[in-house]
Ligand binder design. Structure first.
Ligand SMILES: Nc1ncnc2c1ncn2[C@@H]1O[C@H](COP(=O)(O)OP(=O)(O)OP(=O)(O)O)[C@@H](O)[C@H]1O
Length: 284
């Protein structure tokens, strides 16, 4: 990767598609977003003036050090945190709160109610959101459980599943809602290395099949390169855009190659080299 490949949001998107005029409007627009947590006598600024656009079927990664505001950005897109400054638009409309058009998968294994079977876990949000009746919800649950390879476990309870299987259920549950954007907050970080790798493979295979739009948070450079087609690099706390990078050239089979290592090293220095000196320099 050369410096010229690190680019602003618009240029990166153009690079990924090769033709500026062919670009439709973005699905999700994060525009100058500053996020803060306020408590009496204390303000924590989580991100500052962050901007990026996501197009349909992008696999967009938020990458940065611990505490740089990645999860807070995801929560803001989810509608759980209101920007202090800037705006977030989904299909051109301001995000004003949570909605079924944005569904999240988290790292924790306890995100599934333990008293519901796997099938019920997947079907439940479809029913309570009023989207589908009992029979249709159950059919859709079966469809997505098949996609994540868990048909045989539809009647099992979460505590009988491995960590990877629980994450598959969470992914099936999220995809079953057929959201406009799937939000994933370090979904594989609590898994062992082999399972994590397999889950990355499965997520990419699912994407090939379903072509959902993904906003994915990680602090693993390797995972970002493998899972994403575009990566936003955020500075350490408070998170600001350092650069945006096209990563569509990298995939599951790139790991370990000299080019892949060079890209990872380049990202590492963009993330961690003398912070403010870098901010903006790679955004042409
Ligand atoms: N509920 C909260 N109240 C106050 N400050 C918070 C709250 N949640 C997060 N923060 C602070 O906001 C900043 C950004 O946190 P956030 O969890 O978004 O970062 P992150 O990049 O996702 O980190 P990690 O990779 O460790 O999960 C941090 O300084 C954190 O301490």
């Amino acid at each position: 990767m050369t410096l010229s490949e690190a680019s602003t949001r618009g240029a990166a998107a153009v690079g990924a598609r090769g033709d500026r005029t062919a670009l439709p409007p973005p699905l999700l627009c994060v525009d100058g977003v500053t996020l803060e947590y306020r408590a009496p006598g204390r303000v924590v600024r989580a991100t500052q003036n962050v901007s990026f656009d996501i197009w349909e079927a992008d696999r967009f990664i938020l990458l940065g050090a611990s505490g740089c505001g990645k999860s807070t950005l995801l929560k803001a897109v989810g509608g759980f945190v209101t920007p202090r400054e800037g705006r977030i638009l989904l299909e051109g409309k301001p995000v004003r709160g949570p909605g079924p058009d944005r569904v999240a998968v988290f790292q924790e294994f306890d995100q599934l109610p333990p008293w519901k079977t796997v099938r019920e876990n997947v079907a439940f949000p479809l029913r309570i959101s009023g989207r589908l009746g009992r029979k249709e919800a159950s059919e859709r649950a079966a469809h997505y459980l098949e996609k994540v390879g868990l048909t045989r476990f539809a009647d099992a309870y979460p505590h009988t599943l491995s960590g990877g299987m629980k994450q598959r259920v969470a992914i099936a549950r999220a995809l079953a809602m057929e959201p406009r954007v799937l939000l994933m907050d370090e979904p594989f970080a609590a898994l062992d290395a082999l399972t994590r790798r397999r889950m990355q493979e499965e997520l990419l295979a699912l994407w090939e099949d379903v072509r959902f739009t993904l906003l994915f948070v990680t602090h693993s450079i390797e995972e970002a390169l493998i899972v994403g087609n575009r990566i936003a690099l955020l500075s350490p706390h408070p998170g600001r855009m350092r650069a945006e990078i096209n990563s569509h050239a990298w995939g599951l089979h790139s790991g370990g190659s000299p080019d892949f290592q060079a890209a990872a090293n380049r990202i590492h220095s963009l993330l961690f080299e003398d912070g403010d000196a870098h901010d903006g320099k790679d955004r042409q």
